[in-house]
Design a binder for this molecule. Sequence first.
Ligand code: COS
Length: 378
Amino acid sequence: MNFKLTTEQEMIKNMVREFTEKEVAPYDGEMDKKGEFPWHIIDKMRENDIFGIPFPEEYGGAGADAICEAITLEELGRGSASVAITLDAHMLCANPMHLFGTEEQKKKYLPDLVSGKKLGAFGLTEPCAGSDAAGIQTMAKLEGDHYVLNGRKAWITNFSVADVYIIAAKTNPDAGVKGISAFIVEKGTPGFIIGDKEDKMGVRGSDTGELIFDNCKIPKENLLGSEGQGFKIAMIALDSGRMGVGAFGVGIAQHAMEEAIKYANQRTAFGKNIGKFQAIQFMIADMATEIAAARNLVYAAAFKRDCKERFSLEAAMAKLYSAEAAMKITKNAIQVFGGYGYSREYPVERLLRDAKILEIGEGTSEILRMVIGGSMVK
Ligand code: COS
């Protein structure tokens, strides 16, 4: 076991950090205020090959490992949770395409996802089925050489900006989790309607909303994996997604701690910088320790993925811990700022609003405790 990053991992960390400081972080406040998707940042991410870091070179990627994927999301998250969640959602499409796509599907879709020319999205959640993923109602019926999709998806990140979607639908409603299949759906397919956008509390630069399938006909060849494999594909995609959410949660927490330290070293009270008081130092000590612990859990999940072993447990632990740590750290960063922390003039209140999604998206903290607890008692 090695706790030191490799030369490649270190290089990617420095590259993404520099990129984020220059091209991402300066725009995060504006994105939050306007609630606008940052296309100019996506263009720069494309130019800097950020979408392709963990994919094989034959599809145009950098061939780096899962730790590099986590590092990328952490560093982007340190500058903007909106941008990090956009990439994480894109990965929920690109990762399963890479793992389960046929050669033809990979040749057709992966190069554009890897370069970022096309953005991806992943549609599992529905208005009445979030945590209960097996309870989805969207149906896919085979009719000749087409599947016909009918239903609705909700809370889909990249819902209107994506070009390629992986959509979970029931092909056999009586077969429970074994009756769910995954499909590749392209934007512009007749019957595929982009619905309304959500007005969110945080990650306001990200694009979240509803998708509608109204007799949407997709070619039979767009089935991803085999019929009935969709639930497993979704869960495997979510293992990587949860690792990614854990990673950008570390980034949000790191940002909040850095803001708190900067402020504590400037603000004076009772004749000295507040950073000299033990009350503040203890808060910062807990922040630093929890960030280190969360980062190690994320790296452990990524390491296990790189070993090609199932890492559901590690990914669940990483996301659960990182999300709860980020909530506590952003809340305490506001406390260090006092009244100013409650003002929109400073970034820490935004970080708290951004952090809240970590406890909800891609598996609530309650679902993750079920996954972890279930695995422990088995
Ligand atoms: N990797 C591989 N296989 C997996 C898997 C994973 N991560 N997770 C589940 N499976 C398999 C199981 O092994 C089981 O297969 P077998 O029957 O062949 O053994 C099958 O899938 C069903 O799994 P399980 O019995 O655990 O399913 P449940 O219906 O009990 O659901 C929870 C499990 C609740 C954990 C699941 O529905 C879930 O994660 N829900 C949250 C969904 C979510 O995160 N939504 C967020 C929106 S997506 S952005």
